[in-house]
Design a protein around this ligand. Structure first.
Ligand SMILES: [Zn+2]
Length: 303
């Protein structure tokens, strides 16, 4: 039996790489699988099929792209380039602008310009891909609730189409989970507070004066002994000194002002600090009028 296989094998025509090649297909140089010719790209310039199969070409391309994406210098450069074209803009040579891609050449400002037919193809492919993704997302069984803890300690945050590469699921570490919950609540409290004055569509970064990450770092820098991202938030029932919780305190209380402009100023990070819940409650609405006026004055002049 073995001899017969060997004999059969010897009859097959082979190319210079000792790979089988015949009228129907050939062996791929990378995976060495025998595939029909439609499993290979046709290289028009050299008028022959590529030596690696489509699958292996795509894999190699993905690896090269990943390498580029993971290079910090390249990423910095990519983030700092001037972006002056919008998709579909036509250049003198007839090519259409597709977009900026970190995989494209830095010498060409990371711009991707396509010929009209490949531009149309790309649009169609993208639209089909979006539809497919949306379909997959809608049909996905959504069995986890926010806060579900996996065996490895990762915590479920949400299902979202943006997380398509991770089966639409976003899992985060415990620390990140607590911070994200904290950021969410801070945003909610801010919106509902400004909502009382009819304020909306405010950029929280502009009001807090810091982005989420820097805001978290700032609050953390003010942690008192025992404060962690794990014991932030409200408690149920009586205050338990064994299991204390902290809040974010407005040093000058929100109740000390009565208009939206001043309220926004009091949400500036410099007026916020972490405080144990029991102290925060006993502090109540006490404040010094002089302190408030000088804080507001300072914030107004900083604008
Ligand atoms: Zn292959």
């Amino acid at each position: 039996m073995e001899q017969l296989t060997l004999f059969e094998d010897m009859k097959q025509p082979k190319n210079k790489n000792q790979l089988i090649i015949n009228d129907e297909g050939k062996q791929c140089l990378s995976c060495e699988e025998f595939k029909l010719y439609d499993g290979f790209y046709f290289d028009k310039r050299n008028n022959r099929y590529t030596s690696r199969c489509k699958e292996c070409c795509r894999l190699a391309q993905r690896e090269r792209d990943l390498e580029k994406k993971n290079c910090p210098e390249r990423r910095n450069l990519f983030n700092s380039i001037e972006r002056k074209y919008v998709q579909g803009e036509r250049r003198a040579d007839g090519r259409l602008f597709w977009g900026y891609s970190i995989s494209a050449s830095p010498k060409k400002n990371f711009e991707v310009w396509l010929k009209e037919d490949s531009f149309d193809n790309s649009i169609e492919k993208r639209d089909n891909w979006c539809l497919k993704r949306k379909d997959q997302y809608l049909n996905k069984e959504k069995k986890y609730k926010r806060g579900y803890v996996r065996d490895d300690g990762m915590i479920f945050w949400e299902y979202c189409q943006r997380h398509a590469s991770n089966d639409f699921e976003k899992w985060v570490s415990k620390d990140d989970f607590n911070k994200m919950r904290f950021d969410d609540t801070m945003g909610c409290n801010l919106r509902s507070n400004l909502g009382k004055f009819g304020g909306k569509d405010e950029l929280r970064e502009d009001i807090f004066g810091l982005n989420k990450k820097d805001f978290d770092d700032y609050i953390e820098s003010l942690f008192e002994e025992g404060m962690t991202w794990d014991n932030w938030g409200t408690w149920v029932g009586k205050w338990d000194p064994e299991n204390p919780r902290w809040h974010v305190d407005h040093i000058i209380p929100l109740s000390s002002v009565d208009n939206i402009e001043d309220t926004k100023l009091l949400w500036h990070y410099t007026n916020l600090r972490p405080m144990w819940g029991n102290q925060n409650l006993s502090k109540g609405k006490k404040y010094c009028k002089k302190e408030r006026d000088s804080f507001l004055e300072e914030r107004r002049s900083a604008k």
